[in-house]
Design a protein around this ligand. Structure first.
Ligand code: HEC
Length: 166
């Protein structure tokens, strides 16, 4: 009789632990976003989109090309990247990205690219994966993001290679 009660108490505490665990997991603030014409994604704790937007891994070589191209990323207009010193005119409006992989996770890079306003409402960095909430968009670009989801993943794959050599 007593043994049975002990077993029951054990069962209850396992349930309680499982409950506490799920409650803990839910404590992360997950915001689902689904804009017109784009794949849905999740922002975690307002700082990160941990899951890639595509199943196909990003290609760092293609990413570098997108970063340089004026009509694609045009990132050098605002960011200095020593690894791309073959290309002229690196701006200094944004922080230097030469060592960005040392202090940023993929998910944080992804949110910066998709919609940097989530991190800093007043940023002048463009949102590269949005169709809503944008201003001054030329008609032919309306309804389309600046970069496709695969291009976003390619740029992240390139950013992940950026570590200043010691
Ligand atoms: C019009 C200027 C501008 C352009 C173009 C731009 N950025 Fe930025 N970016 C900024 C500014 C300014 C910041 C500083 C953070 C803020 O404003 O919130 C920033 C921040 C970042 C950060 C965070 C860096 C850190 O150390 O915290 C990354 C990563 C980044 N940009 C990547 C890119 C990439 C990749 C591109 C091209 C696809 C790009 N940016 C295009 C202005 C720009």
């Amino acid at each position: 009789m007593q043994r049975k009660r002990i077993r029951k108490a054990g069962f209850v505490s396992v349930i309680a632990m499982a409950f506490a665990f799920t409650a803990g997991a839910q404590a992360a603030d997950v915001k689902k976003v689904h804009e017109k014409g784009l794949k849905p994604y999740e922002i975690v704790d307002g700082i990160s989109i941990p899951k890639p937007l595509t199943d196909k891994p990003g290609d760092p070589k293609r990413g570098a090309k997108i970063v340089v191209k004026r009509k694609k990323g045009n990132c050098l207009a605002c960011h200095k990247i020593d690894q791309l010193s073959d290309f002229p005119f690196h701006g200094n409006i944004g922080p230097e990205l030469t060592d960005v992989a040392s202090h940023m996770k993929d998910g944080e890079m992804r949110l910066r690219l998709v919609n940097p306003k989530v991190v800093n409402e007043d940023t002048i960095m463009p949102a590269f994966y949005r169709t809503e909430g944008l201003h001054r968009v030329m008609k032919k670009f309306q309804g389309k993001p600046v970069l496709t989801e695969q291009e976003i993943e390619d740029v992240i794959a390139f950013l992940k290679t950026l570590k200043a050599s010691q």
